[in-house]
Design a protein around this ligand. Structure first.
Ligand code: FES
Length: 116
């Protein structure tokens, strides 16, 4: 999938979309959401929230149930790991990263948009 970036084809900023309420996630919880038509995974790490594309760049496996440790998620299929802050691929067999999303929290509501 082609990364969207935070600007559309005309160079205009892409708006943030409400995706969840903070109360929907436990401190180490996760939630499947859709952001800008991407299947995405919203992850809570304490008071921090991250959103990543929920598709492994190696062979398309959803990362939904992949173990998360030290801000890294492991693909349950072949074991590729991704940094949940940057989307960077950290080990084989993945050689490409995954899309990440900017998060904004307003009055307990979580909003997201594609990162550059
Ligand atoms: S599909 Fe994720 S590592 Fe192969």
């Amino acid at each position: 999938m082609v990364p969207l970036g935070s600007r559309d084809l005309l160079g205009l900023p892409v708006e943030f979309t409400r995706i969840a309420s903070k109360d929907e996630l436990e401190p180490a919880g996760r939630l499947s959401v859709v952001i800008d038509d991407y299947p995405a995974l919203l992850i809570r790490d304490g008071d921090n929230f991250y959103a990543i594309e929920d598709v492994c760049s190696h062979d398309g496996q959803p990362l939904t149930v992949g173990p998360i440790e030290n801000c890294e998620i492991t693909c349950p299929r072949h074991g590729a790991r991704f940094d949940i802050k940057t989307g960077n691929a950290l080990c084989m067999p993945a050689i490409e990263g995954i899309q990440t999303f900017e998060i904004e929290i307003r009055d307990g509501e979580i909003f997201a948009r594609a990162s550059d």
